[in-house]
Design a binder for this molecule. Structure first.
Ligand SMILES: *Cc1c(COP(=O)(O)O)cnc(C)c1O
Length: 483
């Protein structure tokens, strides 16, 4: 590594802006995954300024930064009536949906020290965060199939529960298909056996309550359902807050108790943490607090009306596009689309990118074909006609382009590989062959512009092989900048 002095950047913020040009836009409502756009400049401004004002504050010690404790309790208090919470409800601000899910699983595990080999019963459509929790905490994830409507199978759940079960999970809604599980039935199964039931409303929890207030038909899923013991809801999704906040609520303080961690087993301060983080930036909490107070119930009701109107328009519009079909009638703001044999879903995604819209490819799963995921934002409404025109053109372009053909030999090879038997060199060769990474003109790692061929190849790989390939990809991407 070099030891020559590095120059300073006299206009670092300009450099930052130019770096950011390579990223997906977070405003404009044209990025239909990863970001959620209210379309309200004032809301973005207060969120941004609150984050900046609290970027150096530390939620580690509520007695040192009492304003952060106040904001956290305000946010939980705001969420409580949305989730039909009883007076006993308590909650915590976490860094995101994954952390909320991790903590729900960890608390469920640690509430049952009597269970030697804990397990949880989750629908096959539950978010991958539950698999991460299984991996981190040694809780076996028992996946139960979903029905033809993509909702958890209640009978299969009942059959999967046994003495080792510490948690039953439902989604409201599921990310991949956008439908709400039968929460009443799943929670009843859990309650009858004294087991916790977590509802993962990370993505729907701030939309469904307002949808109900607007008179929409919303399946029940909140604390109003007997047996629901905890709920996760992300503020950095449909509360339109800056990134870095989610809420995890428990029905009672006793249910939350195992989530809290203290350690006096060292000579420093006694560590006292409600989350996985210890130092917790005050920025995201302040940003979420500022956005929630700016919008209030009336603001969220308006934004929910807008986003649902956009979803309705997309559902109606796609019905008129030959080659495309809705996978399930959306219960919320998530839409999954599938193509028929006339065109390739991954190519449609690329064609949308070329037209300035980001939609997210989802790989085939079980007997389900690849699909196209849309997380619709309130800001998408003003461009929804343009979206449908782009979608129609993209499907036409994908039909004209024909199917993505993966070389037969390569396909057979990929299908036959056992990731456990591959070496680093094998993976590098596969990454290059798949087109996932190439070498740019400057010798640096270059990412492909069009993803259809790469996705088609990844789609052929077994899930284990796909995980292994992408882990190698991530490893190769993350190397320190030199010079
Ligand atoms: C987004 C999401 C998560 C994970 O949230 P992150 O904020 O990305 O960590 C968990 N569950 C569901 C249903 C989600 O949509």
């Amino acid at each position: 590594m070099t030891t020559t002095a590095r120059p300073t950047d006299p206009d670092v913020l300009a450099t930052l802006r130019s770096l950011q040009e390579a990223d997906l836009p977070v405003h404009g409502g044209r990025t239909l995954a990863y970001v959620y756009d209210s379309g309200l400049a004032e809301v973005d401004r207060v969120g941004r300024e609150a984050v900046a004002a609290y970027a150096g504050s530390n939620g580690l010690d509520p007695t040192a930064f009492p304003s952060l404790l106040r904001m956290e309790n305000d946010l939980v208090g705001f969420a409580a009536p949305l989730l039909d919470a009883p007076d006993t409800v308590v909650g915590t601000v976490t860094s995101g949906g994954t952390e909320s899910v991790l903590l729900a699983v960890q608390a469920a595990r640690d509430a049952r020290p009597d269970v030697q080999r804990p397990s949880m019963v989750i629908p096959a459509t539950a978010h991958a965060a539950f698999h991460k929790a299984a991996h981190y905490f040694g809780v076996e994830a028992r996946m139960v199939p979903v029905g033809p409507d993509f909702r958890a199978d209640v009978a299969a759940t009942a059959a999967a529960i046994d003495d080792s079960t510490v948690l039953v999970v439902a989604s409201a809604p599921s990310y991949a298909h956008g439908v709400v599980d039968p929460v009443t039935e799943l929670a009843a199964l859990a309650a009858a056996r004294g087991i916790r039931c977590h509802v993962d409303a990370c993505i729907g929890g701030w939309v469904l309550p307002y949808a109900a207030r607007l008179g929409r038909d919303v399946p029940v899923w909140t604390f109003a359902v007997d047996g629901v013991t905890s709920i996760s809801v992300d503020l950095h999704k449909y509360a339109y807050a800056p990134k870095g906040t989610s809420l995890l609520l428990h029905r009672t303080p006793a249910l939350r108790r195992p989530q809290l961690f203290a350690s006096a087993a060292w000579p420093g301060y006694t560590m006292l943490n409600p989350t996985m983080q210890s130092t917790r930036s005050g920025g995201p909490t302040a940003g979420a607090w500022a956005v929630v107070r700016t919008l209030g119930d009336a603001g969220y009701e308006r934004l929910t009306a807008d986003v649902l109107q956009a979803v309705d328009a997309i559902v109606a519009g796609t019905a008129d596009i030959a080659g495309l079909r809705l996978v399930a009638a959306p219960d919320s703001t998530l839409v999954a689309l599938a193509t028929d044999g006339s065109c390739d879903a991954f190519t449609v995604c690329d064609e949308m990118t070329a037209r300035g819209w980001y939609v997210q490819p989802q790989m085939s799963y079980g007997d389900q074909p690849p699909t196209i995921h849309l997380s619709v934002s309130a800001a998408t409404l003003s461009g929804v006609d343009d979206f449908l025109a782009a979608l129609r053109d993209s499907v036409a372009a994908a039909v004209a382009a024909g199917p993505v053909v993966v070389d037969r030999g390569v396909a057979d090879y990929i299908r036959s590989l056992d990731p456990a038997a591959l070496t680093d060199e094998d993976f590098d060769g596969l990454l290059a062959a798949s087109g996932l990474v190439g070498e740019g003109a400057d010798g640096e790692l270059a990412l492909p512009d069009r993803m259809a061929e790469v996705n088609a190849m990844l789609d052929l790989a077994s899930p284990a092989m796909r995980e292994a390939l992408l882990l190698t990809f991530l490893d190769r991407l993350s190397r320190p900048t030199t010079a």
